[in-house]
Ligand binder design. Structure first.
Ligand code: NAD
Ligand code: ZN
Length: 439
């Protein structure tokens, strides 16, 4: 990149930013494409409190490897896999000192990629302003862990603050079960096994995924869902209603299905308004709009993933296809989370960049698809490697068990492919008996 490094000086070609004192340069492994990025892109102008000048780099959901430590930084070594805590506060105010930099009292906790004055992770390298924003990932692969830093953390925080309501016989409703909602379902499961979880969405495919993620009931958004939830709860409503969409109709629904003394939690930034009067939402039902989560909570989320208690449906895109990922997200065709993988050194399976590059040894995927268990050089000359890259066992299993045709991924975003992903962040889908082209 060509950077102006000083006034009245010629610009310098700088490929990689140099970390200053206290800073850490991270090589980005994965950057999740969040719906919040779409809200920013679609806004007519800078949203309120958005101080950043254009251009800036998107991507606020990041994980990678330590590349270089700035002067004075200790505790990390180059190549350490790290999660990047996204909301970057001042580190000094009372909330920051409690690890709640999402609620920094000085600079509003906006991080890189979200208008906080810093560039985000949709780039090969991310400059992190302080080492305290990095959390060691241990066994987790940054490419798969990246969505934990926002979709995972935001869902976890939104559920945890209401965990005291989620006793035996309780009900939690999650409206909008995309990237965040699928995480929130699992966070309810993780924090209260006794709670009945109801998923609500407009997309039947998402509802199917929600069930795989642990939802007990999956309902199409609308009046019938309201009736069903009321029936399920003896006309009382749910203790916790999470609205991961936040538009007028979902907020209205949320108020209808919440119960007295419950929590109605608005996570989605859809820009809707919730009418409030004496009897709606129900008496003493609290309404909150949590933003992201705290550093200690992110450590808890990472632990959940390390213990294989949460999983995520991931689709990978190289940096040069990031716009395609956002377009698919906009069109509702990302079934779980799209992750941009800027490094070429490794392509995780499910990577759309692999389209047409390699074919399954068993020739079942010829014509554009690739087998995610197939090992071999890819078109850009890099060797495949890492998770799931073992040779296709060619044991006569169905083609869709060898992995997912990338062509089919484009046709229909639900990519059971990824069923072969990591043991710790595996994909929910069971691909047995399903053809990707039919799926
Ligand atoms: P997503 O696109 O992956 O998921 C949104 C889901 O909502 C989709 O499954 C979609 O089908 C569903 N949906 C749309 N309209 C609906 C309706 N009327 N009824 C029911 N379901 C409906 O998006 P995401 O990345 O999961 O983000 C969800 C929201 O959360 C976005 O608004 C995003 O900006 C916001 N967000 C908030 C925070 C926070 O800190 N509060 C953090 C991250 C994201
Ligand atoms: Zn986000």
């Amino acid at each position: 990149m060509l950077q102006l490094v000083g006034w009245q000086q010629p610009p310098e070609l700088r490929e990689v930013p140099e970390p200053g004192p206290g800073q850490v340069l991270v090589k980005v492994g994965g950057a999740g494409a969040c719906h919040s990025d779409l809200h920013i892109m679609e806004a007519p102008g800078p949203p309120p409190g958005f101080a950043t000048q254009l251009p800036f780099t998107l991507g606020h959901e990041n994980a990678g490897w330590v590349e270089r430590l700035g002067p004075g930084v200790t505790g990390f070594e180059p190549k350490d896999p790290v999660m990047v805590y996204g909301p970057w506060g001042c580190g000094i105010c009372a909330n920051c000192r409690e690890g709640r930099e999402n609620y920094c009292q000085k600079i509003s906790g906006q991080g890189g990629g979200l208008g906080g004055g810093y560039d985000g992770g949709m780039a090969e390298y991310l400059l992190v302003p302080a080492a305290r924003f990095l959390i060691p990932l241990g066994i987790l692969d940054p490419r798969q862990a990246a969505p934990l830093s926002d979709a995972g953390l935001t869902g976890y925080h939104a559920v945890k603050r209401s965990a005291h309501l989620l006793g035996a016989g309780s009900t939690a409703v999650v409206i909008g079960v995309g990237g965040l909602g699928q995480m929130a379902i699992q966070m309810v499961r993780a924090l209260s096994a006794a709670t009945t979880v109801v998923a609500v969405d407009t997309d039947p495919g998402k509802l199917e995924t929600a069930k795989r993620m642990g939802a007990d009931e999956a309902l199409l958004s609308g009046e019938e869902a309201v009736t069903r939830i009321k029936d399920m709860t003896g006309q009382q409503g749910a203790q916790l209603v999470l609205d991961m969409v936040g538009i007028d109709p979902t907020l209205r629904m949320a108020a209808q299905v919440a119960r007295m003394l419950g929590h109605l939690t608005i996570v989605g930034l859809g820009g809707g308004a919730l009418p409030v009067n004496f009897s709606s939402p129900p008496h003493e039902c609290s309404v909150a709009s949590p933003y992201w989560g705290s550093l200690p909570e992110l450590m808890e989320v990472i632990t959940l993933a390390q213990q294989q208690k949460i999983k995520m449906l991931l689709e990978y895109f190289p940096l040069e296809h990031a716009n395609e990922a956002y377009q698919l997200l906009h069109d509702g065709k990302i079934q779980g989370r799209a992750v941009i993988t800027p490094t070429n050194e490794y392509r995780p399976q499910g990577d759309r960049a692999g389209a047409g590059r390699r074919n399954c040894r068993r020739k079942r995927h010829e014509g554009g698809g690739r087998c995610d268990r197939w090992t071999g050089p890819v078109a850009d000359g890099t060797a495949s490697g890492g998770p799931g890259s073992g040779a296709c066992d060619g044991d006569g299993r169905q083609a869709d068990e060898c992995g997912l045709s990338v062509l089919a991924m484009t046709e229909n975003a639900f990519r059971p492919v990824a069923a072969a992903l990591r043991p710790y962040l595996i994909v929910a889908a069971d691909v047995r008996g399903r053809s990707p082209r039919r799926g």
